[in-house]
Design a protein around this ligand. Structure first.
Ligand code: IDP
Ligand code: MG
Length: 140
């Protein structure tokens, strides 16, 4: 059993895609173990995306991620990290497979509706960025 961090980005919340996205997660057999709505400050967004600091898209990404509320989720299940990445699709919607969230809903490589941790270590630190231990349902 693994946990990963999922985010519905500001474009997804604005366009009322939260329900559709959670349905895809649950229909895949994954479990929502933690859930909250919040708005990132600039400092928080810079910290969350620190790995991308210095890249040409960094400032625009921070602007975008702080432009409105987001939904953060702890998504759990066997192989949850890879399975959530598969449901999301490739970063660039033009390269994402059919039936993925990004292929269907993203409007650009930046405004791509969802985030997902890319491995066990990032999952751990990204979950801890948003959730206290007692805000996450225990694994069964
Ligand atoms: P990921 O979200 O698929 O893991 P990353 O490479 O970690 O992709 O990039 C983080 C986020 O930064 C992307 O989801 C997207 O919103 C944005 N981003 C990545 N590459 C580009 C780019 O080339 N142009 C604009 N925005 C980008
Ligand atoms: Mg990434």
């Amino acid at each position: 059993m693994a946990n990963t961090l999922g985010i519905v980005k500001p474009d997804g919340v604005r366009r009322k895609l939260v329900g559709k996205i959670i349905s895809r997660i649950e229909n895949d057999g994954l479990i929502i173990r933690g859930l909250k709505v919040l708005k990132l400050s600039k400092t928080e967004a810079q910290k969350f995306y620190a790995v991308h600091e210095g890249k040409p898209f960094f400032n625009s990404l921070i602007e975008f991620m702080t432009s409105g509320p987001i939904v953060v989720m702890v998504i759990g299940g066997h192989g949850a990290i890879e399975r959530w990445r598969d449901l999301m699709g490739a970063t660039d919607p033009a390269k994402a497979k059919y039936n993925t969230i990004r292929r269907e809903f993203a409007t650009s490589v930046e405004k791509n509706v969802v985030h997902g941790s890319d491995g066990p270590e990032t999952a751990k630190t990204e979950i801890a960025f948003f959730f206290k231990e007692n805000e996450i349902l225990p694994k069964e």
